[in-house]
Design a protein around this ligand. Structure first.
Ligand SMILES: NC(=O)c1ccc[n+]([C@@H]2O[C@H](COP(=O)([O-])OP(=O)(O)OC[C@H]3O[C@@H](n4cnc5c(N)ncnc54)[C@H](OP(=O)(O)O)[C@@H]3O)[C@@H](O)[C@H]2O)c1
Length: 254
């Protein structure tokens, strides 16, 4: 595929993200606490997470080892960060979440597979096949956007994983129910885990400084801001004593 073709596909993909973003404020994605039997057949929740995230991991591993250029320069660092995130999301995270009777609609799994095929496909193909060799040469490692992006990525990953861990531990003592999370960024926003994920892929886009990485940042924002709003509204509906001062997902802003 020519670079121009990949760019046009990516522009179209970004346009779709904007449509999905607006739609998701009106249609709640039915998994986790919002799961619903109205969306057709369902599968085991942990298995659903594994199946839907596996394409992202597999595609990046494929392009890293079988692509033309991943080791011709330092692009392998971007592959390594992506793969580290998706080893957690595909294997470790589903093993850690508490088993509940809740199931995931196959519809969600199919949508997430498409999301992951496109995002990993565009990013992996660009980095392994199309990126100019000098884009990720040794001078990239000392560029401002590499250093700033790496710091932002690391902060985002830390916030995401710490918040996910706190949520998982909330249920350690309470069976399958929900409690109001407290401490860390939970005192400021309802979904620090989603905030961390948005920060993480913003950092990745700053490091990588290419169109597919930008599109993945846009998609993460497009997906997770409405999901965080759905979580926030759900907390207010479910707990009459839910702290009023908490924002949705961006501390002090929204
Ligand atoms: N890149 C993307 O576009 C994307 C899209 C979706 C998710 N993700 C990531 O995937 C992870 C999970 O997302 P999510 O929206 O499913 O997260 P979530 O609703 O916050 O749930 C995280 C885990 O904690 C449990 N939990 C949440 N709130 C709880 C509470 N108040 N009390 C007890 N347990 C609680 C959930 O159980 P239940 O499942 O039983 O509710 C689930 O096992 C996040 O790290 C997110 O960033 C990324």
């Amino acid at each position: 595929m020519e670079l121009r073709t990949l760019e046009w596909i990516t522009y179209g993909w970004i346009a779709l993200a904007i449509i999905v973003h607006v739609t998701m404020f009106f249609v709640t994605a039915p998994f986790g606490r919002h799961t619903s039997a109205k969306w057709g057949p369902t599968i085991n929740n942990k298995l659903g997470w594994f199946i839907m995230e596996l394409p992202s991991l597999g595609i990046m591993v494929y392009f890293l080892f079988r692509g033309s250029n991943a080791f011709a320069n330092y692009a392998w660092i971007l592959f390594a960060l992506w793969i580290a995130h998706y080893v957690n999301r595909t294997v470790i995270y589903p093993l850690r979440i508490r088993a509940t009777p809740k199931r995931m609609p196959v519809f969600i799994v199919c949508n997430a597979i498409l999301f992951n095929l496109m995002n990993a496909g565009l990013n992996g193909y660009y980095l392994a096949e199309l990126a100019p060799a000098e884009q990720y040469d040794a001078s990239w490692l000392t560029s401002a956007h590499f250093i700033i992006g790496a710091i932002v990525f690391a902060c985002g990953m830390f916030i995401n994983m710490k918040s996910d861990t706190m949520l998982i531990n909330l249920r350690a003592k309470t069976g399958t129910g929900y409690r109001i999370p407290k401490g860390f960024l939970f005192d400021r926003i309802s979904s620090p885990n989603l905030f961390g994920e948005i920060i993480e892929w913003t950092g990745f886009a700053i490091m990588a400084w290419n169109l597919p990485a930008l599109s993945f940042m846009v998609w993460t924002f497009a997906n997770l801001v409405p999901r965080a709003k759905n979580h926030h509204d759900w907390y207010h509906r479910t707990f009459s004593d839910y702290p009023k001062e908490r924002k949705v997902v961006f501390p002090g802003v929204f």
